[in-house]
Design a protein around this ligand. Structure first.
Ligand SMILES: Nc1nc2c(ncn2[C@@H]2O[C@H](COP(=O)(O)OP(=O)(O)OP(=O)(O)O)[C@@H](O)[C@H]2O)c(=O)[nH]1
Ligand SMILES: [Mg+2]
Length: 226
């Protein structure tokens, strides 16, 4: 299957990723030349200039509002029939993009979760790995489906599904809700396993806040609150 214009948006949010952004965009272009590359940027460094030079569509969100509001704006602004999200830090395999897009466009899935947790990735610290396992176990029990990675930044979403989904963009761990709501509401979920590489640049993830919001989001969705 060849991806045509309008089929796919690769959406990323960026805060000070000038060391990674050029390479990530090149990697995406190499496998999906017709895709819209959309970046919601909250950087102080040259990330947005570099992204524009590389032909990405850049929406500025400054001062930064956090991961959730940036991702929400990116998802809402995407033009493609499928939206694939990735971190813009070199951790996720761009070469898997066509396969993820095809699972939605051809095979009828609404969400594809690119799970990092087939085995422990070398690039993930033990504390994060064990936390991820525990939360995935809790969600698997509560939602009756084997889930391995609630926090993956690499997903494919059917755009029409995202447009119909209500979620809380504020607070940490938004990817948890973007996975569990479709699952609860009967949309079709596919899990594929991916390799996860070392990050270029500094992480901004705050483990305690992320853990607290993860539990809150799991329970909120399960109990039908909000
Ligand atoms: N636009 C925007 N992007 C952000 C913001 N916070 C984080 N990001 C970007 O979101 C992506 C994921 O960031 P985080 O969830 O903080 O995770 P991380 O720093 O990559 O940490 P790990 O992946 O867990 O190592 C990265 O590409 C960041 O640059 C923000 O407030 N605004
Ligand atoms: Mg990352």
């Amino acid at each position: 299957m060849t991806l045509q214009a309008g089929d796919l948006t690769v959406a990323m949010i960026t805060m000070n990723e000038e060391g990674a952004v050029a390479r990530v965009i090149d990697d995406i272009r190499a496998v999906a030349p017709a895709a819209e590359i959309l970046i919601v940027d909250s950087s102080k460094d040259r990330t947005p200039e570099i992204a524009e030079e590389k032909g990405a569509r850049v929406i500025r969100q400054f001062p930064p509002k956090g991961y959730g509001p940036a991702m929400d704006l990116a998802l809402r602004s995407a033009a493609g029939r499928v939206v694939i999200t990735m971190d813009c830090d070199g951790t996720y395999p761009a070469e898997r993009i066509p396969e993820l897009a095809k699972l939605v466009l051809q095979d009828g899935y609404d969400v594809v979760d690119a799970s990092r947790l087939g085995m422990k990735p070398d690039a993930m610290p033990w504390a994060n790995y064990l936390g991820n396992l525990l939360f995935a176990l809790l969600a698997s029990v509560l939602f009756g489906k084997h889930i391995t990675d609630l926090h993956s930044g690499m997903r494919a979403y059917r755009k029409s599904m995202i447009d119909s989904l209500r979620y809380e963009p504020r607070g940490a761990a938004l990817p948890v809700e973007l996975l569990l709501r479709p699952l609860r509401d009967g949309f079709r979920l596919k899990v594929v396993f991916i390799d996860y590489k070392d990050r270029i640049g500094q992480s901004t993830m705050r483990p305690l806040q992320t853990s607290w919001w993860t539990v809150k989001r799991i329970l909120r969705v399960r109990l039908g609150l909000g």
